[in-house]
Design a protein around this ligand. Structure first.
Ligand code: BGC
Length: 761
């Protein structure tokens, strides 16, 4: 298929852009900004386009310099990674008292899954499938961040990813477009509330635009090359959903997209973002992503800065190419005054909407910082949230829940490291004072259960690898004795216990930025420990820490119970105790497929059929699409997760077998809690467009409901389907539903479900 970017952009633009009336509020803002901009020199305008870091936390090699002098010279529009009301007040005072036009500074921060009270990592939060809960976590993050002076959060990350080698899969909502879009909306609502100017809301920044999660080979920052209909159908909707929900800003991504890196991609930043989607907020680069265009091979700093501005980028993070080269480019006719003004205007509008012109110190309230950060209520929500994200992957013979009595040995390198509990991208956490798994469990269990503990093994046997995997103070003790000696000592501890909890997996910095892996198993030395623990004959529960899907084929075969706790945030330890001992019944379901081995990647449920699918169940079938050495099935499918109870699904009832253009179909199942515990189930609805003008996925999530049922209780769960649920972007990138046969599936995960059929007329 040959489709030209320009042509598509034009037709969608014509169809989608609707002229809007200016509200009185907008008119007032426009007047204010126009008056201000009339007074601004070119240098002052370029200053607004410059975002610097305070150097407290950086994610690249460049660090901003001479920040104070630059504020006074109006060379800075925003600062990020600076916190506390007093520091922010000081910097803001320089801007509003000592710069010529007294334009306030915008203060940003990576507030990803909590601020000081840390919630589970985003991949874990998505596994809760609980949108109100996700919104509440974002709300609390915004309250704490604003209480500490921040007005702009670099969140949510909505990059769809189907490659668990990519470390940043931990920061998003996994592989699914539909679920990703729902989470994006919940996050925007939580962060921004309904009034950006309120002192406890932040401007959100959707990232990373675009397709960052599709990096080739799962290697961070690597290229993406993707068909337009895959982009429109599978990767772009979560960004669009976040913007439609009112996200104030968006961040470009580091990667190359079909030959043009996102930060310089005019088709993406102007044709799609502005013209097709009508986005009116501000576009910021990622950390030095303008400068990185030099290494992408697009020219020198002056050339790449001009390219990015012309593409539609408004604010330059850390690199200072805009600040130092655009004046020259303007004089040489390489950029226009109009485009500089436009970029400056977007930034000033954001400041206006945040209320900074009215009161630049609106977010500098010492009392709020004392009273609203790390409160009891926030910690209670963090504990609740963590329990809802844990995924019970295996539970043979009802090994879990444990009884609150006797002695438990918590063994493994993740047992006694508080700093690893918050997970990656928790820059404002107090890592040194976060309780470890064992500390949290002890606090939750009191003297009902005696807890013994031992490191059991190193994180990885290679000391240099361990160092790379435990950066930024996320320490894990290292024992330099031979592996067998450490394991033997651990076994002595284990033998004194009734039950062994093996606390194994990744350190928190083994996922996140620049933390890609080519092997996704639990490191060998930890596996050796696990094998030795199993040989004791005592009950063993694997409490798995991970920021991504791992390959757990051996563990699935050999360990009776596996509870995946991701990185659960500040209250991890207590939450693990809540679930292990049955105070909370686990209800999380994975949102990214767990493969059997790395060679199956990318593996995701919403794949296309091939012309040679397996002719019957099983494997191996010659001249069919499969492997010689492993079957096609994942270890755990998307949407999978067990409970201490069991849920029975009835067949699907459809109130109509035919859907018309303006009609609706009700699809329902009766769900019964047939087990011994009260519990929550995520009921999932998928559809399949059986015949299409282009190939369509074998299944696509189109609805889900989280349902609580007491043991023995039944309930009918209803879903309403309309034509909108059946639409997709066709070969001409028109968003259409095509008449014909559809399958609908409802069930407990993407694999195990009931099926019914209907026809779209
Ligand atoms: C990351 C962004 C982050 C930015 C600022 C970059 O390295 O890709 O997600 O917001 O740094 O810290």
């Amino acid at each position: 298929m040959k489709v030209k970017y320009k042509k598509i952009a034009f037709s969608l633009f014509a169809a989608l852009v609707v002229p809007s009336m200016l509200s009185a509020q907008d008119a007032k803002m426009n007047k204010f900004i126009e008056d201000l901009m009339k007074k601004m020199t070119l240098e002052e305008k370029l200053g607004q386009l410059n975002l610097v870091t305070a150097g407290e936390a950086t994610t690249g090699t460049a660090v901003s310099t001479d920040v104070e002098a630059k504020i006074k010279k109006s060379e800075i529009g925003g600062i990020f990674s600076m916190s506390t009301p007093s520091r922010i007040r000081k910097a803001q005072e320089l801007a509003v008292h000592q710069s010529r036009l007294k334009i306030p500074i915008l203060f940003g921060m990576d507030v990803i899954h909590g601020y000081r009270t840390i919630f589970p990592i985003p991949l874990a939060l998505s596994a809760s499938w609980d949108m109100p809960l996700i919104e509440q976590t974002a709300r609390i993050a915004a309250i704490e961040a604003t209480a500490d002076g921040i007005q702009w959060a670099y969140s949510p990350m909505v990059d769809v990813s189907r490659d668990p080698r990519w470390g940043r899969i931990s920061e998003g909502s996994g592989e699914d477009t539909y679920l990703g879009a729902k989470v994006a909306v919940a996050m925007i609502k939580g962060l921004q509330g309904d009034n950006l100017a309120a002192a406890n809301t932040v401007a959100a920044c959707v990232k990373h635009f675009a397709l960052y999660g599709a990096a080739e080979a799962g290697r961070d920052y690597s290229s993406t090359d993707m068909s337009l209909h895959r982009m429109y159908n599978e990767y772009l909707p979560p960004y669009k959903a976040a913007l439609d929900a009112g996200a104030a800003t968006i961040m470009t991504s580091f990667n190359d997209i079909n030959g043009v890196p996102a930060t310089a991609n005019k088709w993406l930043l102007t044709d799609v973002l502005r013209k097709q989607w009508g986005f009116k907020g501000m576009v910021v680069s990622d950390y030095t992503s303008v400068n990185e265009l030099i290494d992408h091979g697009l020219g020198d700093l002056q050339a790449v800065s001009a390219l990015s501005l012309n593409a539609g980028l408004d604010m330059d993070m850390v690199g200072e190419g805009f600040l130092t080269t655009l004046k020259k480019s303007l004089s040489e006719g390489k950029v226009t005054q109009k485009r500089i003004d436009e970029a400056c205007r977007y930034i000033l509008e954001l400041k206006y909407k945040l209320g900074l012109f009215e009161d630049p110190f609106r977010y500098c309230d010492e009392d709020r910082a004392k009273n609203e950060i790390y409160t009891k209520e926030h910690l209670a929500k963090a504990r609740e949230a963590a329990t809802k994200t844990f995924v019970l992957l295996k539970n043979d013979n009802k090994a879990l829940p444990l009884q609150k009595k006797g002695t438990v040995a918590v063994i493994g390198p993740l047992a006694n490291t508080g700093s690893n509990m918050p997970g990656t991208w928790s820059v404002s956490a107090d890592h040194a004072n976060t309780p470890s798994l064992v500390e949290g469990m002890k606090e939750a269990l009191g003297d009902k259960v005696k807890i013994l503990t031992h490191i059991g093994s190193n994180l990885v046997s290679d000391a240099a690898y361990q160092e790379r995997a435990t950066m930024f103070g996320r320490t894990i003790a290292r024992d330099n004795r031979p592996e067998s000696e450490i394991i033997n000592e651990a076994l002595n501890t284990a033998k004194q216990a009734d039950v062994i909890v093996a606390a194994l997996g990744e350190a928190s910095e083994m996922s996140g930025e620049s933390s890609s892996r080519t092997e996704l198993d639990i490191p060998k030395t930890q596996q050796n420990l696990l094998k030795a623990l199993l040989q004791t004959g005592k009950p063993v529960v694997l409490v798995l820490f991970t920021g991504r899907p791992l390959t757990l084929t051996w563990e699935q075969e050999n360990v009776p119970a596996i509870l995946n706790v991701w990185f659960g945030g500040t209250e991890t330890g207590k939450a693990v105790a809540d679930v292990l001992f049955g105070d909370v019944n686990p209800s999380g379901k994975i949102t990214a497929t767990f493969p059997k081995n790395v060679g199956q990647i990318p593996i995701y449920y919403a794949h296309k059929n091939t012309g040679r699918p397996l002719a019957k169940d099983g494997w191996f079938q010659k001249f069919r699409s499969n492997y010689l050495d492993v079957d096609n099935e994942p270890l755990y499918p998307f949407g999978y997760g067990l409970s201490y109870t069991t849920f029975d699904y009835s067949d699907i009832q459809l109130d109509n077998k035919t859907l018309t253009a303006n009609g609706k179909i009700n699809a329902s199942v009766t769900l019964k809690n047939a087990g011994d515990y009260d519990g929550e189930e995520v009921v999932q609805l998928y559809i399949q467009d059986v015949v299409g003008s282009i190939t369509r996925p074998v299944k696509e999530l189109k609805g889900f409901q989280k349902v609580f049922l007491k043991k023995g209780e039944s309930r009918t769960v209803n879903f309403t389907l309309s034509v909108e649920d059946l639409k997709f972007y066709n070969a001409d990138l028109k968003f259409v539903a095509e008449p014909g046969d559809f399958n609908v599936f409802i069930g407990t995960n993407s694999r195990d479900n009931k099926k019914a059929t209907f026809v779209l007329k």
